[in-house]
Write a protein that binds this ligand. Structure first.
Ligand code: ATP
Ligand code: MG
Length: 258
């Protein structure tokens, strides 16, 4: 499987925003990136066979101008659970057991049709999926390297260092961290100092995603505008890195702009 797994230091930290930017950039570059959100909570599932994605996947599809085929949806978002709670609780309330094998089988199948997969977790790394397993177990099973969405402000040092340590303990590969500004406001000296502190401690901070005005209402136009910002120069090298091996094996295959 080629691609990356987006996790974060918390829920609401900007994982979906990051996925929207990466999927849009990847598809603009002519590379067949697909997105997946294996466990979506807080969204009522569609009765019968869904024809369109829901929740975070629907939002990133809109941003990227991507229309996943209906038959892919059970693989791209196998668990859609109505309760707005942690995956293990939402599954319990829905009378469902989250099976990692089902998720990973679906992702592997999809990866045959894609140059790369961008998979979004739910919450942070140690969010429970059932009585014993967490998001870390799903990441380990998927074999995908991790991109961590982090907050730039106060509290991020502790949250980010804990997350990096949790990945290292499981020998999971961290591609890097991106500081996402999910609320309006300028980048303060404290935020920039936080990112420097993380770098000094060996954390690969790849870059920043600024607050994008009108993102929720007009995701595609907003992301297209944001991708022109010098602050987002890290996007294409990151995507290239995540799919390089696969592209190198395809004679005349699409190449990313860097
Ligand atoms: N860079 C940004 N610009 C504008 N709005 C943002 C940005 N990043 C995040 N947001 C907003 O902040 C909120 C939380 O962001 P997002 O949904 O990406 O978090 P998440 O980590 O995916 O949350 P969850 O754990 O629920 O999946 C959303 O309303 C989103 O639109
Ligand atoms: Mg999300």
């Amino acid at each position: 499987m080629r691609g990356l797994f987006i996790s974060g230091t918390d829920t609401g930290v900007g994982k979906t925003a990051l996925m929207a930017v990466l999927l849009t950039a990847g598809r603009l570059a002519g590379v067949n990136w697909m997105a997946a959100k294996p466990v979506q909570t807080g969204v009522r599932p569609v009765r019968g066979r869904p024809s369109r994605p829901v929740g975070d996947l629907a939002f990133v599809a809109r941003a990227a101008g991507w229309h996943p085929a209906a038959e892919w949806l059970p693989h791209l978002q196998p668990y859609v659970l109505p309760s707005r709670s942690s995956p293990h609780r939402a599954a319990e309330l829905a009378g469902v057991r989250i099976r990692l094998s089902r998720i990973v089988r679906g992702l592997c199948l999809m990866s045959r049709f894609a140059d790369g997969l961008i998979v979004e977790g739910a919450g942070g790394l140690l969010v429970p999926l059932d009585g014993s397993r967490t998001m870390l177990d799903l990441i380990a099973e998927s074999g995908l390297p991790v991109l961590l969405a982090i907050r730039p402000g106060l509290g991020t040092l502790n949250h980010t260092l804990l997350s990096v340590e949790a990945l290292a303990r499981r020998h999971l590969r961290l591609l890097g961290c991106v500081a996402v500004q999910s609320t309006p406001g300028a980048w303060t000296p404290l935020m920039l100092h936080n990112l420097d502190t993380l770098r000094q401690r060996g954390v690969p901070v790849l870059g920043r995603l600024p607050y994008m005005c009108r993102f929720a209402r007009a995701p595609r136009a907003t992301v297209l505008r944001a991708l022109r910002l010098p602050m987002l120069r890290w996007v294409y090298p990151l995507l290239t890195c995540a799919v390089r091996e696969r592209l190198n094996r395809v004679p005349g295959g699409a190449r990313m702009r860097s």
